[in-house]
Ligand binder design. Structure first.
Ligand code: ZN
Length: 157
Protein backbone atom coordinates (compact mmCIF):
# COMPACT_ATOMS: atom_id res chain seq x y z
CA UNK A 1 0.00 0.00 0.00
CA UNK A 2 1.11 3.51 -0.64
CA UNK A 3 -0.27 7.00 -0.45
CA UNK A 4 0.52 9.95 -2.66
CA UNK A 5 2.36 12.69 -0.81
CA UNK A 6 3.68 16.11 -1.57
CA UNK A 7 7.46 16.24 -1.30
CA UNK A 8 9.80 19.15 -1.27
CA UNK A 9 13.12 18.00 -2.66
CA UNK A 10 16.51 19.35 -3.49
CA UNK A 11 17.22 19.26 -7.16
CA UNK A 12 20.78 18.18 -7.59
CA UNK A 13 22.30 16.70 -10.69
CA UNK A 14 19.01 14.91 -11.12
CA UNK A 15 15.62 16.40 -10.45
CA UNK A 16 14.11 15.52 -7.08
CA UNK A 17 17.28 13.86 -5.98
CA UNK A 18 16.92 14.26 -2.26
CA UNK A 19 13.68 14.75 -0.33
CA UNK A 20 13.77 17.44 2.36
CA UNK A 21 10.26 17.21 3.73
CA UNK A 22 6.93 15.68 2.91
CA UNK A 23 3.39 16.62 3.58
CA UNK A 24 0.48 14.39 4.42
CA UNK A 25 -2.95 15.46 5.68
CA UNK A 26 -1.64 19.00 6.07
CA UNK A 27 1.10 17.81 8.41
CA UNK A 28 4.66 18.60 7.46
CA UNK A 29 7.34 15.99 8.14
CA UNK A 30 10.87 17.37 8.12
CA UNK A 31 13.43 14.88 6.91
CA UNK A 32 16.60 14.89 9.01
CA UNK A 33 18.54 12.16 7.21
CA UNK A 34 18.25 10.04 4.11
CA UNK A 35 19.53 6.78 5.57
CA UNK A 36 19.43 4.77 2.41
CA UNK A 37 18.34 5.05 -1.15
CA UNK A 38 17.99 2.58 -3.93
CA UNK A 39 16.80 2.35 -7.45
CA UNK A 40 14.32 0.04 -9.08
CA UNK A 41 13.24 0.23 -12.71
CA UNK A 42 11.36 3.53 -13.01
CA UNK A 43 11.50 4.49 -9.36
CA UNK A 44 13.80 5.74 -6.61
CA UNK A 45 13.27 4.67 -3.01
CA UNK A 46 14.42 6.66 -0.02
CA UNK A 47 14.59 5.44 3.53
CA UNK A 48 14.38 8.59 5.56
CA UNK A 49 14.41 9.59 9.21
CA UNK A 50 12.34 12.61 10.16
CA UNK A 51 13.31 15.15 12.80
CA UNK A 52 10.99 13.40 15.27
CA UNK A 53 12.94 10.17 14.88
CA UNK A 54 10.50 8.18 12.74
CA UNK A 55 11.50 6.21 9.70
CA UNK A 56 9.62 6.17 6.43
CA UNK A 57 10.07 4.83 2.96
CA UNK A 58 9.34 7.24 0.17
CA UNK A 59 9.06 6.30 -3.44
CA UNK A 60 9.66 8.63 -6.31
CA UNK A 61 8.17 7.58 -9.64
CA UNK A 62 10.48 9.16 -12.16
CA UNK A 63 8.20 8.78 -15.14
CA UNK A 64 5.10 10.13 -13.44
CA UNK A 65 7.12 12.61 -11.33
CA UNK A 66 5.11 11.43 -8.36
CA UNK A 67 5.99 10.76 -4.73
CA UNK A 68 4.29 8.27 -2.49
CA UNK A 69 4.64 7.04 1.04
CA UNK A 70 5.21 3.29 1.12
CA UNK A 71 4.08 0.91 3.80
CA UNK A 72 6.70 -0.36 6.20
CA UNK A 73 8.54 1.03 9.23
CA UNK A 74 6.67 3.95 10.79
CA UNK A 75 4.79 4.58 7.57
CA UNK A 76 2.21 1.97 8.56
CA UNK A 77 1.06 4.30 11.31
CA UNK A 78 0.33 7.06 8.84
CA UNK A 79 -1.23 4.78 6.26
CA UNK A 80 -3.54 3.27 8.87
CA UNK A 81 -5.04 6.58 9.83
CA UNK A 82 -8.72 6.49 9.06
CA UNK A 83 -10.81 8.75 7.01
CA UNK A 84 -10.54 9.96 3.52
CA UNK A 85 -12.17 13.33 3.46
CA UNK A 86 -14.71 13.94 0.77
CA UNK A 87 -14.49 17.35 -0.78
CA UNK A 88 -17.54 18.61 -2.59
CA UNK A 89 -16.63 20.92 -5.39
CA UNK A 90 -18.84 23.87 -6.09
CA UNK A 91 -19.57 25.16 -9.58
CA UNK A 92 -16.92 27.83 -9.21
CA UNK A 93 -14.10 25.33 -8.55
CA UNK A 94 -15.34 23.07 -11.30
CA UNK A 95 -15.28 25.96 -13.75
CA UNK A 96 -11.76 26.82 -12.63
CA UNK A 97 -10.59 23.23 -13.05
CA UNK A 98 -12.30 22.96 -16.40
CA UNK A 99 -10.49 26.09 -17.57
CA UNK A 100 -7.17 24.33 -16.92
CA UNK A 101 -7.92 21.58 -19.42
CA UNK A 102 -6.77 21.77 -22.98
CA UNK A 103 -8.02 18.39 -24.15
CA UNK A 104 -8.60 14.88 -22.83
CA UNK A 105 -7.72 11.25 -23.51
CA UNK A 106 -10.91 10.85 -25.52
CA UNK A 107 -9.85 13.37 -28.15
CA UNK A 108 -6.05 13.64 -27.67
CA UNK A 109 -4.91 10.28 -26.26
CA UNK A 110 -1.24 11.02 -26.96
CA UNK A 111 -1.13 14.31 -25.04
CA UNK A 112 -3.35 13.52 -22.09
CA UNK A 113 -1.32 12.21 -19.18
CA UNK A 114 -2.65 13.89 -16.04
CA UNK A 115 -5.64 12.46 -14.16
CA UNK A 116 -8.28 15.14 -13.79
CA UNK A 117 -8.24 14.86 -10.00
CA UNK A 118 -4.66 16.17 -10.03
CA UNK A 119 -6.07 19.30 -11.60
CA UNK A 120 -8.66 19.38 -8.81
CA UNK A 121 -5.86 19.14 -6.25
CA UNK A 122 -4.19 22.15 -7.82
CA UNK A 123 -7.38 24.16 -8.02
CA UNK A 124 -8.46 23.42 -4.44
CA UNK A 125 -4.96 23.29 -2.93
CA UNK A 126 -6.03 20.12 -1.08
CA UNK A 127 -3.03 17.82 -1.08
CA UNK A 128 -3.52 14.64 0.91
CA UNK A 129 -6.25 12.14 1.53
CA UNK A 130 -9.06 13.79 -0.28
CA UNK A 131 -11.61 12.45 -2.66
CA UNK A 132 -13.43 14.89 -4.81
CA UNK A 133 -17.10 14.87 -5.51
CA UNK A 134 -18.22 16.73 -8.56
CA UNK A 135 -21.58 18.43 -8.25
CA UNK A 136 -21.75 19.21 -11.92
CA UNK A 137 -20.77 17.50 -15.15
CA UNK A 138 -17.34 18.46 -16.34
CA UNK A 139 -16.81 18.40 -20.05
CA UNK A 140 -13.69 18.52 -22.14
CA UNK A 141 -13.52 21.98 -23.74
CA UNK A 142 -12.23 20.38 -26.89
CA UNK A 143 -14.47 17.37 -27.57
CA UNK A 144 -17.29 18.15 -25.07
CA UNK A 145 -17.27 14.61 -23.72
CA UNK A 146 -17.79 14.19 -19.97
CA UNK A 147 -14.74 13.95 -17.75
CA UNK A 148 -14.47 12.07 -14.47
CA UNK A 149 -11.81 12.40 -11.77
CA UNK A 150 -9.85 9.58 -13.38
CA UNK A 151 -9.99 10.81 -16.97
CA UNK A 152 -6.57 11.73 -18.28
CA UNK A 153 -6.36 15.29 -19.46
CA UNK A 154 -3.90 17.61 -21.09
CA UNK A 155 -3.11 20.53 -18.82
CA UNK A 156 -3.28 23.96 -20.39
CA UNK A 157 0.07 25.70 -20.29
ZN1 ZN B 1 -11.59 15.75 -25.18
Amino acid sequence: MSLPIYVDAYSGYKANERPRQFELDDVLYEIAVVEDQWHSPGAMFFKVRTTDGKRYILRYDERADEWSLQSGLDGDELLARPGIELVTLDAESIRKAQACIESCEQCHPDDADIPFDWVLVEVTGKHGRFDFMLTDTVRCPNCKKPITEKTLVNFRG
